[in-house]
Ligand binder design. Structure first.
Ligand code: CAA
Ligand code: FAD
Length: 379
């Protein structure tokens, strides 16, 4: 597979890197501390085209390929993984899902605003009793003729507080199991839609993660995406691409931690020489660089397969599994390379280590990725 990057790919990477270094880096430690993302930064990300990169220009997007998107995701997540997840959910779950499965009316009404970053979206599949076991949806959507009546609770929802548009999965025909699940576009502000508890998290602390509650929320019938019972297929198909986005986020976290370690190892001196001259540190750097490169190749491969219209279920699961395990391993080693300085906030690697952990959990845990890969292998 040929990864020769075009001039456009390189320019996108440069633009994302400049934005991350000049605008995201200055407040990243504070945002982690206060658990809040900056509205002005979100606005800038929208204006620069980072919120709907793959969406067609007709709907306010950048019309770019998946490879461009993962290149930008890596650069943004190197510096601020919270910005990375906000961007990833909006691009690869909400915008992609709407663009590929929504009606023209739904796209005109919602996608244009989402792709240009005027509003942010959320993807609401998980529930207190349905995480990995996503088919066991307890949220219900009862067909009432011209509308559905939505009742239930979603938890762990990224952008749960800031999002104005939510894609919500709910069970309409329990007897049909996963084939009875629907997906709806649900606007904030509808009567009975309440934003609940905000989670106090280990990592990606600047991104908001909330519980969302629905009590007799009337969702117009035209807000259902796809045919009756399409909701679970929608979720799985969307997550196949979403996992490439999270893999790119994990890659960014790992690459960021590696670059900081390489730089620090040349500056810090012990026993009369830079620590980069101790073989034990050199071996760590070599292994970090190798794993980061391998993760990048898997992420690029999954993105390329998607862009070429080929099957990418296995490739996206492999990329997500490997990149997230790499992020955890590399960031842990990065703290070790920094010694005591790695354990405090100023040097960034402790945050990257905390941020890395979630990439092994959301959009399907590492165990679920192995399950997906095995099912593809054994088909
Ligand atoms: N792509 C397309 N279709 C898929 C699919 C995939 N990757 N995985 C399953 N399906 C389809 C199956 O083909 C099947 O369809 P049919 O009935 O038409 O044949 C249907 O879905 C049910 O599949 P299974 O019988 O395999 O269902 P299962 O219950 O045994 O397992 C699972 C499914 C793979 C474990 C799935 O539940 C899963 O992916 N769980 C993880 C959930 C997840 O990733 N959640 C992420 C929430 S969003 C998020 O996390 C965002 C964020 O943090 C930022
Ligand atoms: P469980 O499913 O209870 O799993 C517990 C453990 O058991 C895990 O180690 C798991 O791998 C393992 N396990 C479970 N089943 C199996 C099996 N069959 N074989 C082997 N091992 C198994 N969800 C959304 O819908 N939208 C979001 O925006 C979103 N954002 C999130 C943000 C954060 C910060 C967090 C923490 C979560 C978010 N999630 C979101 C939810 C996330 O996708 C789930 O947490 C994840 O899918 C795991 O589900 P669970 O937490 O219920 O764990």
């Amino acid at each position: 597979m040929d990864f020769n990057l075009s001039e456009e790919h390189l320019l996108i990477g440069e633009a994302a890197q400049n934005f991350a270094e000049n605008y995201l880096l200055p407040g990243v430690i504070d945002r982690d501390e206060v658990q809040k993302f900056d509205k002005e930064l979100l606005r800038q990300m929208g204006e620069l085209g980072f919120m709907g990169m793959m969406v067609a220009p007709d709907y306010g997007g950048g019309g770019m390929d998946t490879l461009s998107y993962v290149i930008a995701m890596e650069e943004i997540s190197k510096i601020d993984a919270s910005a990375g997840v906000i961007m990833s959910v909006n691009n690869s779950l909400v915008c992609w899902g709407l663009e590929n499965f929504g009606t023209t009316e739904q796209k005109e009404k919602y996608l244009t605003k989402l792709a240009s970053g005027q509003v942010i979206g959320a993807f609401c599949l998980s529930e207190p009793e349905a995480g990995s076991d996503a088919t066991s949806q307890h949220t219900t959507a009862i067909d009432k003729g011209d509308h559905y009546l939505l009742n239930g609770t979603k938890n762990w929802i990224t952008n749960g507080d800031t999002a104005e548009i939510c894609l919500v999965m709910a069970q309409t025909h329990p007897e049909k199991q996963h084939k009875g699940i629907n997906v709806f576009i649900v606007e904030k502000g509808l009567a009975g839609f309440v934003v609940g508890k905000k989670e106090n998290k280990m990592g990606i602390r600047a991104s908001d993660t909330n519980t969302l509650m629905f009590t007799d929320v009337r969702v117009p019938k035209e807000n259902r995406i796809g045919d009756d019972g399409f909701g679970f297929k929608f979720a799985m198909s969307t997550l196949n691409g979403g996992r490439i986005g999270i893999a790119a986020q994990a890659l960014g976290i790992a690459a960021g931690a590696f670059e900081l370690s390489l730089k620090y190892s040349k500056e810090r001196r012990t026993f009369g020489k830079p620590i980069s001259e101790h073989q034990a540190i050199q071996f760590k750097l070599s292994e970090m660089a190798t794993k980061v490169e391998a993760a990048r190749l898997l992420v690029y491969k999954a993105a390329r397969l998607k862009d070429e219209g080929k099957d990418y279920i296995q490739a996206s699961a492999m990329a997500k599994l490997y990149a997230s395990e790499t992020a955890m391993w590399v960031t842990t080693e990065a703290v070790q390379v920094h010694g005591g300085y790695g354990y405090v906030k100023e040097y960034h690697v402790e945050r990257l280590m905390r941020d890395a952990k979630i990439t092994q959990i959301y959009e399907g845990t590492s165990e679920i990725q192995k399950l997906v890969i095995a099912r593809e292998l054994l088909k």
